[in-house]
Design a protein. Sequence first.
Length: 85
Amino acid sequence: MEQLHTELKALIIESLNLEDITVDDIDTDAPLFGDGLGLDSIDALELGLAIKKSYNIVIDADDTKTREHFASVANLASYISQNKA
């Protein structure tokens, strides 16, 4: 799971062009939105597309648990590992 956390952090940095942030700067359990990493809804869309491209997993924007899945790197990794084919 640790490797997936690192992959997701790198994917976040790459897909959102976060030039001043490194993988080590992103706390696995910190919020990705708001007070945490400070991402917004546009970032969520781009990150969702990057996850689809990298892992072939679609996170449904209308799902009531979508906010929960995007809450942190740990939550994203858990969702991806549960839904990987």
